[in-house]
Ligand binder design. Structure first.
Ligand code: ATP
Ligand code: MG
Length: 438
């Protein structure tokens, strides 16, 4: 196939074999968020480029190297969203959702776009579920956000496979002081730094702390620590968060080098990390961004949030073999019909059954075929019963009802009685495959 008729590199089709896992994750999370009082917001995928340039910040990898930016027919510079926070803040401001100190607890899900080198766990179109909270300044909500992600991991069965890393970035002033001290220190060792870090010395020096290069790491070992520059209020905030996590029984590691790639964070930052996915080990990341709303022209509004990468969570579920076996419920019944008249009768019968039994999962054979081939399809579908409708059954207004999951006898059931016959298997909406006969 010619290249331009294939999917763009790093942008994946999510095939039917995978979508049940995605839906499982999304549903689990949506239910969890709802139980904590969070509400969904749906946001555009395209925004003006300036929103991200100002929100995420020039000098960050995302803005400098990773954005999909283009001019539209009206010559406006637009960008496919690389993350959700900037757009969410814009929407909250635009609709006055956080006006007058109103608390908002929001979540969103959807595709994000970054021009990165595609590899396992890193794609150019990827998906996030994100949460943003406005107008709650205290560490209690930081702890709630971390607590609800911990609960999600518990529900998914991740156990000890993910760990929480935590840091405080302090106030903007504290960070500026620290940045100056860090730059002064690193400038004395500039020839030992890798090339990327040398460049970042002027553009985004805190990002150097993230470097994986051994020689740079060696220099960083003696570097000043952000912790020593924290302002008192941020220290109290951080202590409050840690006390709450302890009270909640949530283990964490303070990682003084955790700074996060985006400019807008201050005070709390955190990441959930796994060792089971190689280099792409961060499955969830977030932090506090009390300055972002005012940066967009709004009144000072505390904000805190996080985003998790769905692809990485799917990979982790698969790696740890935690995908539940029965994500897609099998059909209750599969109708096999032979001949034109029986096919017509089957079409009518199927509708009457669906009317009578809400929740019924019923497949009707399409495309004709021999008795053997239809029966094989019925069996392959996982259906509990094959409902057989041939010339004889048609004349007697019955179907042959053949159990496919046990070796029970085929029974002849009148059309009018079929609803009652199937009802016990359809009794509960989430009955999976476990039908019961009274
Ligand atoms: P990384 O350090 O892995 O590049 P990041 O700090 O750029 O991550 P965030 O902007 O914090 O990532 O996004 C939150 C989460 O979204 C990440 O923790 C990760 O799970 C996921 N994510 C980010 N970029 C990608 C990508 N290109 N492909 C798949 N998932 C991603
Ligand atoms: Mg990144």
């Amino acid at each position: 196939m010619s290249k331009t008729l294939q999917a763009i590199r790093g942008m994946n089709d999510i095939l039917p074999g995978q979508t049940p896992i995605w839906r499982y994750l999304e549903n689990t999370f949506a239910q969890l968020l709802s139980s904590y009082g969070y509400h969904e917001i749906r946001l555009p995928i395209l925004e003006f480029t300036e929103l991200f340039a100002r929100g995420i910040g020039e000098g960050t990898d995302v803005v400098d190297k990773e954005m999909y930016t283009f001019r539209d027919r009206n010559d406006e510079s637009l960008t496919l969203r690389p993350e959700g926070t900037a757009g969410c803040v814009r929407a909250v401001l635009e609709h006055g959702l956080a006006g007058g100190g109103q608390v908002q607890k929001l979540w969103y899900a959807g595709p994000m776009f970054r021009y990165e080198k595609p590899q396992k766990g890193r794609y150019r179109q990827f998906h996030q579920i994100g949460v943003e909270v406005f107008n709650l300044p205290g560490p209690d909500i930081d702890a709630e956000l971390i607590g609800l992600t911990a609960r999600l991991w518990k529900q998914l069965g991740f156990g000890e496979s993910v760990r929480l890393e935590l840091n405080s970035l302090g106030s903007p002033e504290a960070r500026a002081n620290y940045r100056a001290a860090l730059v002064a220190y690193l400038e004395r060792h500039v020839d030992q730094l890798d090339e990327d870090s040398q460049r970042r010395l002027t553009t985004n020096p805190l990002r150097i702390l993230d470097s994986k290069v051994a020689t740079t790491q060696a220099v960083l070992a003696q570097a000043p620590l952000l912790q020593d520059y924290l302002d008192d209020e941020s220290r109290v905030h951080f202590d409050g968060l840690r006390a709450r996590l302890d009270a909640m029984g949530i283990a964490y590691v303070v990682n003084p080098k955790l700074v996060r790639g985006l400019d807008y964070y201050g005070r709390t930052v955190f990441e959930w990390v796994t060792d089971r996915l190689g280099a792409q080990g961060t499955v969830c990341a977030g932090g506090r961004y009390d300055g972002l709303v005012s940066q967009f022209g709004g009144k000072p509004t505390p904000g805190v949030g996080f985003a998790m990468g769905i692809e990485r969570l799917v990979l982790l579920l698969e790696t740890l073999q935690l995908v539940p076996a029965t994500l897609e419920a099998s059909p209750h019944a599969f109708i096999c019909a032979f001949g034109d008249a029986a096919e017509l009768a089957a079409a009518g019968l199927a509708e009457r059954l669906r009317d009578a039994l809400p929740g019924l999962r019923l497949l009707v054979n399409a495309g004709g075929g021999s008795f053997k081939s239809q029966f094989k399809k019925a069996d392959k579908s996982g259906a509990r019963f094959a409902l057989i409708l041939g010339g004889d059954e048609l004349g007697a207004r019955v179907v042959g009802c053949k159990p496919l999951r046990d070796d029970g006898e085929q029974q002849s059931i009148a059309w009018d009685a079929l609803g009652d016959y199937l009802a016990p298997w359809v009794a509960s909406v989430d009955d999976k495959n476990e039908g019961r006969h009274e």
